[in-house]
Design a binder for this molecule. Structure first.
Ligand SMILES: Cc1cc2nc3c(=O)[nH]c(=O)nc-3n(C[C@H](O)[C@H](O)[C@H](O)COP(=O)(O)OP(=O)(O)OC[C@H]3O[C@@H](n4cnc5c(N)ncnc54)[C@H](O)[C@@H]3O)c2cc1C
Length: 399
């Protein structure tokens, strides 16, 4: 990847993360993908050196850097060959904590974030539900007040790292949909103990296509009791609050996709220089060379969109002229473009390696399996196009 234009701090982040990741070569990720074993060692190495708190405040033990640096960190992890699995094993701790840092009370921030930064706790992010999918505002998981507690009932799906997390950042309804004026009202954000040994909480692992080192789960709540002060911000304002984490998440996912795309391209160009057929390296053929050059340019363009979005997100804390809508459009567009560029690079990489592209030992088939994730999650390609069509182009709402 071309690194001109990144700040000195960002380049230092990239160098330090690449050094840590060099202890986790491609074979480590291939083995963990095969066995489904969680990459605990990466989380441990990153938390030991304080990286989990890269974008969290210094008074809590974080580094006080921005989502730009966090995006470059996840990008570098993914690019090391760790791919989406490596990035997903830590990313919720980085993005889902953003709304907590911004909207929690000072004592909640102290209690909730310090142990995530030092690696004692891990969080998972609980938004998606089986019966509502991308229609987040219709989600049905209910948090019902009961004395100085809430009782949670409902179901979540696709919750990453739930098998290893001890906390969940949860979006649930506190006012039924039928009783609110707008569907975005009546949702609340909670930071909860996540303990399947307690009554009312069950998990079921989902078998999946790629990134198998990181578990994905169905989560069932049945009158699961949490204390009242698990609530972050005001009751009923959870959607507005969680958007802060969701825009950060889109930047991070864009960075992760870029990393995967650059990793794939590196494998492809290395192979294309070495593999000789018909008396010359296959990379001498324009049929091989041009698609790789095109994939590179798509990655570089998506890189500009990604770090532009992250910069807007970071600058909005001090620059009141940057609107939430501008940030939303930039973060969604970046995630879309990076995911598509990664897909192109991964696909071209498999095709460049020919038969060996299909062999596990060359790793690009693993990258290709993983590169579907940023196209689907946390929001699909189609929903981003719906959003841009309506909110930017002013076309009639299509959904
Ligand atoms: C590996 C992985 C990890 C994940 N981790 C988490 C996590 O940790 N926490 C969490 O909360 N969620 C997580 N998710 C869930 C993810 O965010 C959702 O899968 C994603 O938001 C898509 O929702 P859905 O699967 O319900 O799709 P659906 O809503 O069922 O949509 C299915 C398809 O229909 C299309 N579609 C639907 N409506 C329209 C429309 N009006 N116009 C055009 N197209 C439409 C969609 O674009 C999509 O292609 C994860 C998912 C995956 C695959």
């Amino acid at each position: 990847m071309e690194t001109s234009g990144f700040s000195d701090t960002q380049l230092q982040v990239r160098e330090a993360i690449a050094k840590i990741c060099s202890n986790f070569p491609d074979d480590y990720w291939a083995q963990h993908d095969e066995s489904g074993e969680y990459p605990h060692e990466l989380h441990k190495a990153l938390s030991k050196d304080g990286w989990i708190g890269i974008a969290l405040p210094e008074d809590l033990g974080g580094s006080g850097l921005g989502i730009s640096e966090a995006t470059l960190m996840l990008h570098t992890i993914s690019e090391s060959g760790a791919g989406m699995a490596g990035a997903q094993s830590i990313h919720a701790n980085v993005y889902a904590t953003q709304p907590v840092a911004k909207f929690a009370t000072p004592s909640q921030r102290q209690r909730m974030l310090g142990k995530i930064i030092d690696g004692t706790w891990r969080v998972c992010f609980g938004v998606t539900e089986p019966n509502t999918g991308l229609e987040t505002l219709k989600l049905k998981t209910q948090a019902t007040p009961s004395g100085d507690t809430y009782k949670i009932s409902g179901q979540k799906i696709w919750i990453s790292s739930a098998q290893v997390a001890t906390k969940m950042i949860l979006l649930a309804r506190t006012t039924p949909l039928e009783e609110v004026c707008k569907p975005s009202e009546g949702l609340s954000l909670f930071f909860i103990d996540f303990d399947p040994k307690q009554p009312g909480l069950e998990l079921r692992k989902i078998k999946k296509m790629g990134g198998r080192a990181v578990d994905a789960n169905e989560v069932f709540f049945d009158n699961y009791v949490i204390p009242k002060d698990s609530l972050i911000g005001k009751e009923g304002e959870g959607f507005k609050i969680v958007l802060h984490g969701m825009n950060a998440e889109r930047c991070l996912l864009a960075g992760e996709a870029l990393g995967l795309g650059y990793a794939a391209l590196h494998k492809a160009t290395t192979y294309a220089k070495e593999r000789v057929v018909f008396g010359r390296p296959i990379g001498m053929n324009q049929g091989i060379q041009h698609p790789l050059a095109e994939a590179y340019m798509h990655l570089e363009a998506a890189k500009l969109a990604t770090y532009h979005a992250a910069r807007l997100y970071d600058r909005s804390t001090t620059d009141g002229t940057i609107t939430q809508s501008a940030i939303g459009v930039a973060c969604n567009s970046a995630k879309y473009l990076a995911a598509e560029a990664a897909f192109t690079a991964c696909e071209r990489s498999v095709l460049t390696l020919g038969g060996m592209g299909y062999a596990q030992e060359y790793h690009v088939e693993r990258y290709l399996r993983e590169c579907f994730v940023p196209r689907i999650a946390p929001v699909s390609r189609e929903m981003i196009m719906n959003y841009v069509g309506e909110k930017v182009l002013g076309l009639p709402r299509s959904y």
